[in-house]
Design a protein around this ligand. Sequence first.
Ligand code: GLP
Length: 240
Amino acid sequence: MQVKIYDDYEKLSEATADEFIDTIKQKPTALLCFATGNTPIGTYKALAKKIKEQELDVSKCFCIGLDEWLDVPPEVKGSCYYDLHHHVFEPLGIHSSQIHLFNALSTDIADECNKMNELIESKGGVDCMIVGIGKNGHIGFNEPGVSVKLQAHEQVLHIETLASGQNYFSGPVKIEKGITLGLAQVMNAKKLLLLASGMNKAEIIKAAIKGEITEMIPASCVQLHQNVFVMIDKEAASLI
Ligand code: GLP
């Protein structure tokens, strides 16, 4: 586990974008996994800028999303579909044929999970995955108590996620469950970037990277990851 501490959010975002760039340069056909939430937005801005400046070809990459709010339609701002298109795919010029996201409106969630699992398998695993961390220690929608052995699965959302989740939407949206890559897939990512910024993440970062490895803090499993970069700013690092 490499813990990298940056002076501020901007430096953190630049450095995280550079990790993506390195992966794409080394493997133009890379499978990239993107998270939503507020934390990676700066990374995505920096990534779009760097890709343009360096005239990097991203036409052979393939992109997947980490998770999705079940039953929230794709046109709703705050859905992972909407946010990833807005912050990542459109600015990076990624074509729809290079994208696979969970379908929040699917009537067959098991099939939806299988499709994602098979896609990851068929591409030989995720080359670079960016994840945030919830204040309860979740990664994606892997909530406290989840097994580290799970692949893509449906998840009843934790009370903390239900509350903070409302902040991503323009008005009240009914959220109850999510669909997410499982921790087995997070642990298998060839490069994992765990991002956190700000004082409100300091406590959970300390618990996740310095505390006991426990299913009650799903992010603590990254302590056992083969190639993880914990990318945090000074505030998020203030208790470690
Ligand atoms: C949501 C997402 C997670 C994200 C987390 C933290 O619950 N499903 O993938 O990591 O929020 O988000 P933020 O970066 O806004 O703190």
